[in-house]
Design a protein around this ligand. Structure first.
Ligand SMILES: Nc1ncnc2c1ncn2[C@@H]1O[C@H](COP(=O)(O)OP(=O)(O)O)[C@@H](O)[C@H]1O
Ligand SMILES: [Mg+2]
Length: 383
């Protein structure tokens, strides 16, 4: 046990953790390999930041990454949905979409809203609540209090002991201490002097320790990373999907958070986090390369099938909307439906697109190779 990060206070049936304000004291020990990790993570992030400037259609690319981060972040705590589900659901009336899907749409909205807001006004607890309100808007109902900090004691427990605080894995601070810790976190966000890459990691961990909402703490905490990096100009577009890494190493993610509180092991958490920044940056860069290649090869492939401006336009459309119907092609290209159908059939025959409905009518087509690239890491269950 160490009290470097805070202390456990006995509350009778349980011990609640009261965090100390950031930065850690004694300060982060950079000598233990952290300097090298920081250099590597920064370099990979720099490459990723550069990529956004050279890819052919950055808006589309960013949108896909945003969806991917939303999906992965929601999957960490068990939301079951695939990338294709997500793209297919976007096509439906929101009211008809199952709540898990709605949470993912909300996440995308919260991400976009927050990215814009942090450039307009200083980050604040109020902004945090606004983002939470968007995230939990109109989802499962119940007592999740969208937009409000919790008003009672919460705890993290295994599913078997979900109701029993004495068996909790972790009990966050009681309300008064929670409020103090939130104010301290807000000040640190503005006044911290550590390197921004370290700061966003410290802020995320501290936020998870405070656990100030009834639900959505994991996702809000992960959104905070993106907002912070944006505001500090480290990554101007949301291309870093840390959730990919947290999901893949979920147990290590939770264990590193636990070790901060029990052992004061901030350095261990920072190492885990920075290794993730590097891994995810490289992964995102590889994805970008794969997308650029696919665009090139498939443009040639499709033109070989039919050298027409319609085919070129269809390819552009598919890149932006890899799940689509023939009637949308007709609309988008402004051609008659038989023409659209012919184009679609040519691609289906060639295996470039495939039907995901199994129906004869109202088929929905998926641009499979593109979706395979984008959905990497979204198919496996969390570790
Ligand atoms: N041992 C732990 N210590 C601190 N935070 C944890 C621990 N285990 C899990 N978490 C965090 O709590 C989150 C789950 O809390 P929850 O409020 O249900 O968030 P969400 O609904 O967004 O998944 C996890 O995603 C993780 O970020
Ligand atoms: Mg939850």
């Amino acid at each position: 046990m160490s009290t470097r990060a805070g202390y456990f206070a006995s509350m009778g049936s349980h011990n609640a953790f009261i965090p100390k304000p950031l930065p850690p004291d004694p300060p982060i020990d950079l000598s233990k390999g952290l300097v090298d990790l920081m250099a590597d993570a920064s370099a990979s992030l720099g490459v990723l930041e550069g990529i956004a400037k050279v890819i052919p259609n950055p808006e589309y690319f960013i949108m896909m990454y945003t969806k991917k981060e939303a999906l992965l972040s929601s999957q960490i705590e068990g939301t079951e949905a695939t990338f294709v589900d997500l793209l297919a659901s976007e096509r439906r009336n929101r009211a008809l979409v199952r709540y898990e899907m709605r949470e993912i749409f909300n996440y995308i909205e919260a991400l976009q809203y927050g990215l814009q807001r942090v450039m307009e006004i200083p980050f604040s607890l109020r902004l945090l609540r606004e983002i939470h309100e968007i995230l939990l808007d109109d989802v499962r109902g119940g007592q999740r209090s969208p937009g409000e900090f919790r008003t009672g004691q919460n705890f993290l427990a295994s599913p078997d002991h979900a109701q029993d605080i004495s068996k909790a894995v972790f009990v966050p601070p009681p309300i008064q201490e929670m409020r103090n810790a939130l104010y301290d976190l807000e000040s640190y966000y503005h006044q911290g002097e550590e390197h921004p890459l370290l700061m966003c990691a410290l802020i995320h961990a501290q936020f998870e320790t405070i656990h100030p909402f009834w639900d959505g703490n994991g996702r809000i905490g992960r959104l905070l990373i993106t907002f912070f990096l944006r505001e500090r100009g480290i990554l101007t577009k949301p291309l870093l999907y840390m959730s990919y890494y947290f999901k893949k190493h979920r147990q290590a993610y939770y264990d590193s958070l636990t070790r901060i509180r029990r052992e004061g092991d901030w350095e261990g958490w920072l190492k885990f986090f920075l290794a993730g920044v590097e891994e995810v940056s490289q992964q995102a860069t590889n994805t970008a390369d794969a997308l650029i290649n696919l665009e090139k090869t498939d443009r040639a492939r499709m033109q070989a099938l039919r050298n027409s401006s319609n085919m070129v336009a269809l390819h552009q459309f598919m890149l932006a909307k890899p799940v689509f119907e023939a009637r949308e092609v007709a609309e988008q290209l402004d051609v008659a439906s038989p023409t659209a159908n012919t184009l679609v059939n040519v691609l289906a025959h060639e295996g470039i697109i495939s039907d995901i409905t199994g129906r004869q009518r109202g088929r929905i087509w998926a641009y499979s190779d593109l979706l395979d690239i984008l959905s990497e890491g979204t198919k496996e269950p969390p570790a």
